[in-house]
Design a protein around this ligand. Structure first.
Ligand code: GDP
Ligand code: ZN
Ligand code: ZN
Length: 596
């Protein structure tokens, strides 16, 4: 903001706020309660969330080892006969290397043996069945089929005919995964997870397997929560799934390792927390490819012909997700936290302010005031509100303030008069500012009568309710009998058509303060000197300076605040009484001019 007034651009000016201090027991208690509550909350949040720490995300590496052996009964076709053989599957048979923090355990499979390159009919489905060669298209290959069509329709089995393809023959049967899963007992397999973590910012490294750990343990949520060896069946039990069911179609399971590390020396803690989450959608139906499967082939040569065994593998992919943070005390972090909470203390003031505003404006200013139960506290709040609030009206050309001696409030008129007398305009009621008697004590007011000024008759009259119209020239709007018609030109005249009273009664010019304050030459002269101590008044300007000072003096007396005084209109009786006391030698009086 540019510097104001004579202060040069670079001068050091500081703008500070002004505050209203309310000295009240209840408000004090309320404020202190609020402050204490805020302080307690801030301290609680600081300690419980360790907000004094600088936190850093974990970086990690994972390595897994699956162990277990399972016996599988397999159907094998040998010399055209079906035979059941027992086969033992060990780690190398059922785990597959995967990228990332994942491992895979086979739980079920479909095998197509002895495939070789050649021509053969497709497996009959809705899309591959045909009646004649016309139903097949040479060279056609759709993403679902296993080979390229030759354009011939051949017999698959008995009366079923399908399109012939050039492919690995015989083509894979579109069969359902075996039920129950072939490797159902894979739920007894165990997996050892090795997880090394690092917080480079804090220069701290650790791992989940500590030297003193019992390598024969099995993880249990409550009894052995730090054991890094997990039984696959247990993992599924934790998430509420049935291993045997998932094993048929396969699925994806997440193993979450959460590190919430406190690296401060006085409360060091850095151990992992394990939890599990089913990651694939268990509600998907048949058409949305449920489970998790893929195909792989084992190739071999038989009598010089390349052959393969195609295996469709169903199984469970385990994804290991490592996350968490490590925090260590940091002074800057503490300062930042304290700084960010300071504004909460200001809430106490905002809250009390709100209380005062609501209970003073909503309750007391409404018409229900006399019936309002909280009247007493409302009145108190109203008082604080008035102390706190200074309404400022836009200083418009049309703005005027009027004060009647028989009314306790002031009226604000903010409209064009359009020929009406100012006396007749109702305006809006504004509370009269409180009188400040300290200013009065500075005036050289003597309660003795001032020495009579030569040529000026003594006119002190006591206020009386009796109205004696002075002459027939009193205008119709005058209620005190002392007003005179305005001298201003026709259009402006209505502005000066204002009496000192709303209802008939004694004139303010007959009151003692008016005589002793507004008309006292000594007082006015002193006031002028008060503003300009070395003022020398020459004969020409004396009266007009004193007259203007008397106007101002009246406005300050009757309207209090200088904001209002600037827009105050003097009643005609006062204006003419002042002009009579300090007349102008020649010419017309110019009257009120709006300061803006
Ligand atoms: P002049 O001395 O010939 O110019 O005429 P006046 O005696 O009417 O004084 C004019 C000055 O007094 C101007 O600065 C006006 O703003 C001020 N003045 C005149 N009437 C009023 C009034 O009703 N209210 C206020 N606040 N100031 C007035
Ligand atoms: Zn009057
Ligand atoms: Zn009057």
């Amino acid at each position: 903001m540019p510097a104001r007034g004579p202060c040069p651009l670079l001068c050091q000016s500081v703008q500070v706020g002004k505050v209203v201090q309310i000295q009240s027991l209840w408000i004090g208690i309320l404020k202190n309660l609020f402050m204490t509550g805020t302080l307690l909350y801030i301290c609680f949040a600081l300690v419980s969330d360790k907000l004094y720490q600088r936190k850093e995300p974990v970086i990690s590496s994972v390595h897994t080892k699956v162990k277990g052996v399972v016996e599988v009964k397999e159907e094998v076709v040998e010399n055209g006969k079906k035979k059941v053989v027992q086969r033992v599957f060990d780690t190398a048979d059922y785990t597959f290397p995967l990228q990332g923090n994942s491992f895979f355990v086979m739980t079920n499979f479909l095998q197509t043996e002895g495939q070789e390159q050649g021509l053969c009919p497709q497996y009959p489905t809705r899309w591959t069945l045909c009646a004649s060669d016309r139903g097949c298209k040479k060279g056609w290959m759709d993403p679902q089929s296993k080979g390229i069509q030759t354009g011939r329709c051949v017999v698959f089995k008995e009366n079923q005919k399908t399109c012939e393809v050039s492919a690995w023959c015989p083509t894979e049967a579109m069969e359902e995964a075996p039920r129950p899963a072939l490797l159902n007992s894979a739920e007894n397999f165990t997996v050892l997870i090795k997880n090394n973590i690092d917080f480079p910012g804090h220069n701290y490294t650790t791992r989940n397997i500590l030297p003193d750990i019992n390598i024969t343990c099995t993880f249990h949520k409550t009894q052995n929560p730090l054991c890094p060896i997990f039984r696959l069946g247990d993992i599924f039990r934790e998430t509420g799934d049935n291993f045997s069911e998932v094993a048929i179609q396969g699925g994806i399971m997440g193993i979450e390792i959460y590190w919430d590390c406190n690296l401060d020396s006085w409360s060091h803690h850095c151990r992992p927390k394990y939890s599990f989450r089913r990651l694939d959608d268990k509600t998907t139906n048949e058409s949305l490819y449920p489970g998790y499967n893929f195909r792989y082939a084992k190739y071999y040569k038989e009598h010089g012909i390349e052959k393969r065994t195609l295996i469709k593998v169903f199984g469970i992919r385990f994804d290991i997700l490592v996350f968490g943070t490590g925090g260590k005390f940091d002074f800057i972090q503490l300062i930042v936290y304290i700084g960010s909470t300071l504004s909460y203390f200001g809430l106490a003031t905002v809250f009390i302010d709100l209380l005062i505003n609501t209970y003073s404006s909503a309750c007391c200013r409404s018409h229900v005031y006399p019936r309002c139960r909280c009247c007493e506290s409302c009145a108190v709040n109203e008082y604080y509100y008035r102390k706190k609030c200074e309404p400022v009206v836009e200083p418009k050309m049309t703005l005027k303030y009027v004060s009647f001696v028989d009314e306790s409030h002031i009226r604000m008129v903010d409209e064009q008069l359009l020929g009406r007398s100012l006396q007749d305009v109702k305006g809006e009621k504004v509370p009269r500012p409180l009188m400040d008697f300290t200013d009065l004590s500075r005036l050289p007011l003597s309660l003795d009568d001032p020495p009579p000024i030569p040529g000026q008759p003594e006119q002190i009259q006591l206020l009386s309710e009796e109205v004696i119209p002075r002459s027939g020239s009193t205008p119709g709007w005058c209620q005190c009998g002392n007003c005179l018609p305005s001298q201003l030109p026709e259009g402006l005249r209505c502005l000066e058509e204002l009496c000192c009273r709303r209802k008939p009664g004694a004139c303010i010019t007959t009151s003692e303060p008016f005589q002793k304050l507004i008309l006292a030459r000594r007082v006015l002269h002193f006031l002028l000197l008060y503003q300009e101590p070395l003022l020398v008044l020459d004969a020409d300007s004396t009266n007009s300076r004193l007259r203007h000072c008397a106007y101002r003096c009246y406005a300050t007396w009757r309207f209090g605040s200088p904001d209002l005084a600037n827009f105050a209109i003097l009643p005609s009786c006062c204006r003419w009484r002042i002009r009579k006391e300090f007349p102008k030698s020649r010419g017309q009086y110019s009257g009120f001019k709006s300061p803006y």
